[in-house]
Design a protein around this ligand. Structure first.
Ligand code: X2X
Length: 348
């Protein structure tokens, strides 16, 4: 009896001692945590992209029991709407984490222009062959070297051409149209090669420019078209040409990442992977099912949707081939070759 009591006392003392040493550690780890982490996004939760951000933030909050609390900043509001500055701001710590388009970060990370090379990726299986394969791993290594922590892939989508003037079926139909393009010079080259008149502006500036008629057209995924209601700002002609698609990348600022315990890092990484998978399904909704129901919804809004025959599409491929070749060395000849090989070997 006496022995049992002293054993019990010993165990209690040991447990108390363990608690005493464990407690300050946990408390100090958490003391470094910010009350709120800022997540940058170009668009909000009405769009698949913003939904992905919401899913990621919610999963992290739930799985860390609120230790990591993420707030969404859509409209790239932490950098006054200038989406091409997002990557630098992430590196500097103005932004804690982001889901960013490869296009917006490509001025700083030239390899990301890969996805904007005209007509590189003929179908969704081709996008997956890149992001989920060796090319995706190489690009993550590049991003790590550039000073951020990449965690998972998502998707904005295939960028289709729209305009207020006329249906586009041939490169000639693009002649003279003023087309708003995103931040990478590769886009200016592509639209110049097609005879259009490209003008670079942020997404924030673009929408009033469509409304006023200052620009005639633009290119964006159909999920962006519908959520932003571009039919209401004159964009009545859509051509499904699938010339480029922009994946999204889930990343965290390096210092923020290093301030988290390994267990919390694992939670944030897995949550990004889970959110990315869900986001890709949302982004493709209505476009991968037979008959592409999303296009019927868009037609019902009074929009003319042109689908190109393989021959018609080929004319655009041909017209933009010099741009593709010009950009190969900038993107990296080895990376482009690896991507072409992965696409040729994809399971269709
Ligand atoms: O600006 C665009 O076109 C958008 C919203 O698609 C991106 O941020 C790349």
């Amino acid at each position: 009896m006496k022995l049992r009591r002293s054993l019990l006392a010993l165990c209690t003392a040991a447990a108390a001692a363990a608690a005493l040493t464990a407690l300050p550690f946990a408390a100090s780890a958490q003391a470094n945590y910010k009350p709120e982490y800022k997540m940058s996004l170009v668009v909000g939760t009405a769009f698949p992209w913003g939904k992905g951000g919401e899913i990621w933030a919610n999963l992290v909050k739930e799985r860390t029991q609120g230790r990591i609390n993420i707030k969404l900043y859509p409209g790239v509001s932490l950098i006054q709407g200038d989406q091409t500055r997002e990557f630098s701001a992430l590196r500097q710590g103005v932004i804690d984490m982001a889901i960013g388009s490869t296009i917006n970060w490509s001025p700083q990370v030239k390899q990301l222009n890969l996805f904007s090379m005209p007509f590189l990726m003929p179908d969704y299986a081709a996008i997956d062959a890149l992001t989920q394969g060796e090319v995706g791993k190489d690009i993550f290594k590049t991003l790590e070297k550039a000073g951020v922590v990449p965690l998972a892939w998502g998707e904005n989508g295939y960028r289709e051409i729209t305009n207020s003037k006329r249906p586009i079926r041939t490169p000639d139909d693009l002649k003279g149209l003023k087309i708003r393009v995103v931040g990478s010079p590769l886009f200016a080259d592509t639209f110049t090669a097609l005879g259009a008149n490209p003008t670079q502006m942020s997404w924030a500036d673009a929408q009033p420019a469509f409304a006023s008629g200052a620009v005639d057209g633009q290119e964006n995924p159909m999920s962006i078209f519908t959520a932003a209601k571009l039919q209401n700002v004159g964009q009545k002609n859509v051509t499904m040409w699938g010339y480029v698609a922009d994946p999204l990348v889930f990343v965290v600022n390096k210092e923020v990442w290093e301030s988290w315990t390994p267990a919390d890092q694992a939670i944030v990484r897995q949550a990004a992977i889970d959110a990315g998978k869900q986001e890709i399904v949302i982004a493709r909704k209505g476009l991968v099912e037979p008959g592409q129901p999303l296009l019927k919804d868009i037609e019902a809004l009074g929009v003319n949707v042109v689908k190109l025959s393989p021959e018609q599409r080929e004319a655009f491929v041909k017209a933009t081939r010099p741009v593709y070749n010009k950009w190969k060395p900038t993107v990296g000849a080895d990376l482009v070759a690896k991507a072409e090989k992965a696409i040729a070997a994809r399971a269709k």
